[in-house]
Design a binder for this molecule. Structure first.
Ligand code: HEM
Length: 426
């Protein structure tokens, strides 16, 4: 049977693209064409284990130019394989020690508290925009990137644009390209300055580490590539604004979660809540690579060079793994051991040796720190669009979650609101 190219459907259907293909699929995989190439889609923990074996799937040949020019940058760690990947990944892992993650969370929490103190009297604030600015300030302080207060807004806007524009062909995409060109040039200059000794930064800061990093051949990263990798720390940290806005959305729709966050004495609920936000809300729909050689998956052939996709969103909503997957229930993570291949919003496997996101502890730590602070704030919601459309990649709360702060009071009672499912089940 001829296989039709479904790229256009992916652009139109967003997160619904794979559920639609699964409904048509026969057997254990989807067979399709994407960007003119043969592609298969796999799902489930066994599929994740298969996918994250770098003898099976390679990344270098699979990254499309539009993704490199917006989200990741050319030459980034995301598109490296084998030894080159491990060597570069070690630089990221070295920056993600528990102490370093705790310091990033501390800097960001301080920036959050400073920002929230300015809210009373400001009328309405858009949580998504505020969170992006706070995260930008926090991560730059942590990374040793000097940033004037008035620069935080424009930088946050550029970092958000790079994430927001990777999955759409229109104006959002071109904004993302422009933002990347601008910020790579800005950071490359900063790296060169550090190398010349013009700027003093702590050698253990992200800027210091990336500027001093040597590739396996002993050479430093080209300044532009160092800027790409610095952006691969700063940009995804700012992307946590998506999750924090989803956290507010969840507290609004399931007010009991807000009460539980308020009552949480040991942080166990906040951690479970952070995992449930990452599981429940859509972000990365899939991860992709190319078959390194002829393979067999559950008796089905996958030929060398075919695209291989792992269905991230589908796995995070698989009823076999997550009973009632369309119900937002942090309780499911209390006392649950999370295996390396079951909860995969940020990839699966071992982050040190494979492509799993090294920033997972950062995303979880930031949500654990900021969601309870949000839960304790006293605010009302003006009329607004709270829809999370499954047709937009990356999905976001339509109006960014507009809130009206009520004084600076610490909030103890839940905001009473009727739960309505505003994330469309697919
Ligand atoms: C909104 C929060 C985040 C989400 C949804 C997210 C998601 C992901 C996903 C899906 C991948 C790809 C995994 C794969 O290709 O198999 C990834 C990789 C990566 N992430 Fe994150 N991430 C987030 C936050 C972070 C943070 C905070 C950092 C760093 C501070 C970070 C740094 C990276 C890097 C460097 C990679 C490339 C890893 C590699 O190819 O080896 N991410 N992330």
């Amino acid at each position: 049977m001829p296989l039709f190219d479904t790229t256009l459907l992916l652009l139109l259907e967003g997160y619904a693209w794979l559920p639609s293909r699964w409904r048509e699929a026969q057997g254990e995989m989807i067979r399709t064409r994407l960007l003119g190439q043969r592609a298969v889609v796999l799902r489930g923990p066994d599929a994740a284990r298969f996918f994250y074996d770098d003898n099976h799937v390679q990344r270098a040949p699979a990254l499309p130019e539009p993704i490199k020019s917006t989200l990741f940058g050319h030459g980034a760690v995301h598109g490296l394989d084998q030894g080159a990947h491990r060597a570069r990944k070690a630089m990221f892992m070295g920056l993600m020690t528990p102490e370093s993650v705790a310091s990033l969370v501390r800097e960001t929490t301080a920036a959050w508290d400073e920002t929230v103190a300015t809210w009373p009297g400001r009328g309405e604030v858009v949580l998504f925009d505020e969170a992006a600015r706070v995260l930008t300030t926090g991560v730059c302080r942590w990374a040793g990137i000097p940033l004037d207060e008035e620069e935080a807004g424009p930088l946050a806007a550029d970092l958000v644009a790079m994430v927001d524009g990777f999955g759409s062909p229109g104006a959002r995409h071109w904004r993302a390209r422009g933002a990347r060109v601008r910020r790579e040039a800005w950071l490359a200059e900063m790296v060169e300055d550090v190398r010349r000794g013009g700027s003093r930064v702590p050698p253990t800061s992200a800027l210091g580490v990336v500027a001093a990093h040597r590739e396996p051949d002993g050479q430093p990263l080209a300044a532009r590539l160092a800027a790409v990798e610095l952006l691969n720390l700063v940009r995804p940290t700012v992307a946590v604004a998506w999750f924090l806005t989803f956290a507010a959305h969840a507290m609004h729709n399931w007010p009991v979660t807000r009460v539980r966050l308020n009552d949480d004495v040991d942080g166990a609920y906040a951690e479970a809540f952070a995992h449930e936000v990452r599981r429940f809300y859509p972000f990365a729909p899939f991860v992709a690579g190319k078959a390194a050689k002829d393979l067999t998956w559950k008796g089905e052939p996958i030929l060398a060079d075919w695209l291989v996709l792992l269905d991230v969103w589908g796995q995070n909503h698989d009823p076999a793994l997550w009973p009632n997957p369309c119900s937002f229930d942090p309780q499911r993570f209390i006392g649950r051991e999370i295996g390396p291949y079951d909860l995969i919003p940020q990839g699966g496997g071992d982050p040190a040796t494979g492509h799993r996101c090294p920033g997972e502890p950062v995303a979880v730590g930031l949500l654990e720190a900021l969601a309870p602070r949000l839960a304790r704030l006293d605010y009302t919601l003006p009329p607004q669009d709270l829809t999370v459309s499954p047709y937009r990649i990356p999905a976001r709360v339509a109006d960014g979650f507009v809130l009206r702060p009520v004084g600076a009071a610490v909030h103890r009672e839940p905001v009473v609101s009727r739960p309505r499912p505003q994330v469309h089940p697919l």
